[in-house]
Design a binder for this molecule. Sequence first.
Ligand code: GAL
Length: 397
Amino acid sequence: MNITKKINYLSVTIALLAFAACQNNSTMSTTSDSTTTETDSSVNTSLIPLSKNFHSTFDGKQTNLYVLKNGNMQVAVTNYGARIVSIVVPDKNGNPTDVAVGHDNVDDYTKGGDTYFGAIVGRYGNRIAKGKFKLDGTEYTLATNNGQNSLHGGKKGFSRQVWDAQQLNDSTLQLTYVSKDGEEGYPGNLTSKVTYTVMSNNKLKIDYEASTDKNTVLNLTNHCYFNLNGQGSGTILNHNVMINADRYTPVDSTLIPTGKLETVKGTPFDFTTPKTIGERVNDTANQQLKFGHGYDHNYVLNSKGNINEKAAEVTGDQSGIVMDVYTLQPGLQFYIGNFMDGSHALKQGKKDDFRTAFCMETQHYPDSPNQPNFPSTELKPGQQYQSTTIYAFSVKK
Ligand code: GAL
């Protein structure tokens, strides 16, 4: 090889190496001070944000990005709000697709307004009427942050706290948060543990555990926004949805349940057989759709806490990506991004435009502490709260 050929050969090699590094920006991603995760070179990681964009300090605690993987699936989680940042799964052509809405840096999450992208919400996910409830004869007053109501745990909730994180192995991350007695008005020191596991066959399992030292109420859920065609890729109105629920909990104009469990039969809320989200969303005669500005309602799941019975199934019209939901929870809040307004920058230079994502928040019914007919959300000292939800991904060709 003469000198010119040698130089050409060298520059091509350097260019190829640089290209590979760009494609796989976290070949060696630092996930915490002590943990370094090497990613599998067979998995395309270019959709996962850079870990260094999540290295910051908030409330005196360090934030990080943790990358979990198993086979063809990757999930990125930050300990700021125990939030899912990315879920990368293959589409019908085998192309890696990020189906979770999120930001590519922790600052956007800390400034992010009230979107709750990917967060664990608590102590009480969803609304509590007028921020008040009674337990054992004592009335508790919560921080109100949604008109007159308390939403998703109050002003800061669990979604704006830095959780302690421990990556147990390549596919498992455990996060812990201790909520102090009186925080946001809730009684009891409550220790919550959330474990994310990327299982084989493209399943994401979320396990919740909690214990308290005083009688309290809780409703933990994950608030991931999904677009199965890929986050930021346009409307979700053509996604096909099945929700295994014959009844739902209608609400008043402030989105507090009336207390009734009403049949979905003959209404736009009937997803017992699959239909697109858009098919009846603009049914102007329906008062419930007006109150919710679209679908923003809790479904009473027929699966009744049986994790082996499917709670919901959604298919992305373009990607062919299917998401099945399984849960131990009795309810599912189906929210279709009615408050998304394009004001937040998402990963890959995208924006959170109106109805470009949907949430399936598995949970207890809203305002349960004030609704004697709803399943109880009380937790007592000595009891161990335990719940599991699985989001299982596959493709339809
Ligand atoms: C949902 C809730 C919506 C809205 C959204 C966050 O869980 O049902 O009404 O508050 O969170 O923007």
